[in-house]
Design a protein around this ligand. Structure first.
Ligand SMILES: [Zn+2]
Length: 479
């Protein structure tokens, strides 16, 4: 059986002319590489080193001198603690499905359409396509001259979030019950018990309700009598399965409407090809999960489609990897923006992680892309709790709550305060780094012998940016 390798072409450090978040001219710099072919294990290692993909293009922001430092952010789905605001979003959606009820929104998470900025940019297109099935390269020379024209995140006007407090909502169905419980608790505590003991006593008497889980809340819209039919479908987008092909036109129409109405893009910018390059193409090679009855049979790239009465109203673009679900993008029908579908979609994706976790114990995280503290639209990510930021020096995950103050003070900082912790995935030995050169897989030293003239500076930069594990397992394409 032949071994399947990832094949990448490193483009070096790219300048981003203008920052899409704070609008300064300095912007920041990214490592960039073309991802011809990627195993799910290699991609897991790459995102754990700060990389992300947009279509077939991979990038990793250089954080230390950026105007707006970007930190990768993930949530541990099995430990999820829902905020009041998040519960309200779910209940609001349930009321719509069961009673066709729609109201004005007053919640804290407001209409902060889930942030999609970081991944929404034009990617460079390789000038030559290589066939990458199991190291069969059809054309050797790849010219990389289109990269300098690369543009960075589209600018989305930053709206100030509505400042409404969770208690100012239109109605509070659980409030009386909450007061009753509170009084019962106080009565027990008056007899000399601690708060925790009082809760335990009431729970034993079944007078203190168990907190409702994400599953309980989301399943509430599945009642038998309801005003609308709502269902979610996971379709494999790359390679596209039949269901994906047959719903493609509807997805594209929804995407166009979302980009034009929500992001104010020009329609000609969002043509079908752009949609495919950005959200359908994926370098990920599907790989069997190896467990029967799991919600999906393969790791890889999917679209999660939200159908309301047979009308497509939202799509979540996701990658399912050995340890996480990585959210790529989310778009929805602007007609339903009062349902806060961005936040609702995050909750659904978290639920999927929890379902997958039951079959695949090591899959337990929800990756939300990058977190930029100075960007108010991103704060919703830190409110999905408990969340962690990736330390840009040790590549260890640190609780968000321990990081916020440091970031507020310094902008960029090493998040792991323990100075004895080193980057475990650092490279000191370049010998085993793999290079694909003229159809041959070479080790770094052999490649250097063969191509004496080749400047290997950017190769070392590549090795450090992807880390040891990936540098030793992926093939760096050098024509
Ligand atoms: Zn900036």
């Amino acid at each position: 059986m032949s071994h399947i390798y990832s094949i990448v072409d490193y483009y070096g450090i790219q300048n981003v002319s203008k920052c899409g978040y704070c609008k300064t001219k300095e912007g920041h710099k990214d490592h960039g590489m073309w991802l011809y072919y990627l195993t799910v294990a290699d991609y897991q290692n790459l995102i754990d080193r700060g990389w992300r993909r947009s279509g077939d293009y991979g990038y990793k922001p250089i954080t230390h001198d950026a105007c707006c430092p970007l930190y990768s952010i993930r949530c541990s789905a099995s430990d999820l603690k829902l905020s009041k605001s998040q519960k309200k979003v779910i209940k609001r959606f349930n009321r719509f499905v069961t009673h066709d009820e729609r109201r004005k929104w007053h919640g804290k998470d407001g209409n902060s359409s889930r942030d999609n900025m970081e991944v929404c940019f034009e990617q460079p297109v390789p000038t030559n396509n290589i066939e990458c099935a199991q190291v069969t390269i059809s054309k050797q020379v790849i010219q990389v001259d289109s990269i300098s024209t690369m543009q960075k995140p589209i600018q989305v006007p930053l709206k100030v979030e509505p400042s409404g407090d969770a208690n100012q909502g239109p109605r509070h169905p659980g409030k009386k019950k909450h007061l009753r419980m509170e009084r019962a608790k106080q009565r027990v505590m008056a007899k000399g018990k601690t708060e925790q003991e009082a809760i335990e006593i009431l729970k034993a008497k079944k007078r203190y309700p168990k907190p409702r889980t994400l599953e309980d809340l989301l399943n509430d819209c599945e009642k038998s009598e309801k005003a609308h039919n709502f269902r979610i479908e996971i379709v494999q987008s790359s390679p596209p399965n039949d269901r994906f092909e047959s719903t493609f036109k509807q997805e594209y129409a929804l995407y166009l409407s979302y980009q034009v109405n929500v992001h104010k893009d020009k329609p000609e910018k969002c043509n079908e090809n752009q949609f495919r390059r950005f959200l359908v193409n994926s370098p990920l090679e599907p790989q069997y999960v190896g467990v029967d009855n799991a919600p999906i049979q393969k790791f890889g790239s999917y679209h999660q489609q939200y159908w309301l009465d047979d009308k497509l109203i939202a799509v979540g673009v996701i990658d399912i990897l050995p340890q996480c679900l990585s959210s790529v993008y989310f778009f929805y029908d602007p007609e339903y923006s009062d349902l806060i579908l961005g936040t609702y979609g995050s909750m659904r994706e978290l639920l999927l992680v929890r379902e997958l976790h039951r079959f695949l114990p090591s899959l337990q995280y929800y990756y939300m892309g990058y977190y930029i503290h100075s960007c108010p639209k991103m704060r919703y990510k830190a409110r999905i709790s408990p969340s962690y930021l990736l330390c840009p020096e040790t590549y260890s995950w640190q609780p968000v709550i321990d990081c916020i103050e440091k970031i507020e003070q310094h902008g960029y900082c090493r998040l792991n305060e323990n100075l004895s912790i080193k980057d475990e995935n650092d490279v000191t030995n370049y010998e085993p780094v793999l290079i694909l050169h003229r159809h041959n897989i070479l080790r770094y030293s052999d490649f250097k012998r063969e191509c004496e003239k080749e400047d290997t500076t950017d190769m070392k930069e590549y090795v450090r940016s992807v880390g040891r594990k990936c540098a030793y397992s992926m093939l760096l394409f050098r024509g």
